[in-house]
Write a new protein. Structure first.
Length: 173
């Protein structure tokens, strides 16, 4: 198509004032939408970045307990161990031997009962009957297993005489 012919054909067309105003308002709306879209995208990305940084900061501040894989199930319900005076630790040594220890405490912080599960040979290397020590600190060549995948199932029932019968099952995966 000839450019000059096109210009001459449409040079006589004059839009009304109303049509010009409508066209200008439509272009302003499009500009506003684009600007708002970019700004909102930047805001959303900044919020996501802040959440990710905050999550890693909290995980580091809690020694990795934010993403901890030790789950405690008390009488069929998953619970927070600290709120129920329960402490669980998982250990691994340089050779990959794993043990898990769980202890229950009274309201004064005194150990009431504890048990261990895992590699018995490895456990015998460090076990001296002091479960409280094992629940508080690393022992010998063992260090806390931050990547542990451990389920601790505790069934605690009251007997007819008012005592307690407690069954603990640990599944160290």
């Amino acid at each position: 198509m000839n450019k000059e012919y096109y210009k001459s054909a449409f040079s006589m067309v004059c839009p009304s004032e109303e049509a010009i105003e409508r066209m200008l308002s439509m272009t302003e709306k499009i500009k506003r939408k684009r600007t708002f879209g970019r700004k909102s995208l930047i805001i959303v990305l900044a919020v996501i970045a802040a959440l990710v940084c905050g999550t890693f900061t909290v995980n580091a501040a809690t020694d990795g307990k934010l993403f901890g894989n030790i789950r405690v199930i008390l009488n069929g319900k998953e619970v927070n161990p600290e709120e129920n005076n329960i402490k669980c630790k998982a250990y691994v040594d340089d050779e990959g031997n794993k043990i898990a220890i769980v202890g229950t405490y009274d309201s004064n912080g005194n150990l009431q009962g504890a048990c261990a599960s895992g590699n018995i040979g490895a456990f015998n290397k460090i076990h001296d009957g002091d479960y409280a020590k094992l629940l508080e600190e690393n022992v010998d060549s063992f260090s806390e297993d931050k990547d542990a995948d451990l389920d601790v199932n505790i069934d605690d029932t009251t007997t007819e005489t008012g005592g307690h019968c407690t069954n603990v099952q640990m599944d160290y995966k």
